[in-house]
Design a binder for this molecule. Structure first.
Ligand code: FES
Length: 152
């Protein structure tokens, strides 16, 4: 018996998705651990159901955030586009809610379906995501960055 991939029938222009790989299943479990809620693979860009920011306030050493790159920690992506300029975003991809997987070459990458976001403002630069990552508040004191949900 052959298992055929199921198409993403509600998103115009999306190609058929293959069934979840072992890695995607692990990634989904990671997303649950990171966000504390299951991130269902609903095919939606509904702003009411995706783009949720991380929920906990976290502290990151400024020295751990590379210039021109970033780190992913506890549901947040913390970046430093230029020296001394720190930004933070929700690590939840605005496409279908996977946790973004890495920061490389000035881009925040979601490996679920290949969306890329700019480290400077979280704007989508490639892939199926059309909305920016949700922004977060960043405060710096004594070499520590405090990341928390953005109010309003
Ligand atoms: S969830 Fe589809 S690219 Fe991120």
């Amino acid at each position: 018996m052959t298992h055929l991939p199921s198409p993403c029938s509600t998103c115009p222009g999306h190609p058929a998705r293959p069934g979840p790989s072992r890695r995607q299943v692990v990634t989904g479990a990671t997303a649950v651990a990171a966000f504390g809620v299951p991130t269902l693979a609903a095919c939606s860009d509904d702003p009411g159901t995706s783009g949720r920011p991380g929920v906990n306030t976290v502290s990151v050493a400024a020295d751990d955030v590379p210039v021109g790159g970033g780190v992913i920690q506890e549901g947040w992506v913390v970046t430093q586009p230029t020296e001394g300029d720190f930004k933070a975003f929700s690590a939840e991809c605005t496409h279908q809610g996977c946790a973004v997987s890495e920061v490389a070459d000035g881009q925040i990458i979601c490996s679920c379906h290949g969306s890329y976001f700019a480290i400077a403002d979280g704007a989508p630069t490639a892939g199926p995501a059309t909305r920016p990552l949700a922004g977060a508040a960043v405060e710096e004191a004594d070499g520590q960055l405090t990341i928390s949900p953005q109010q309003g």
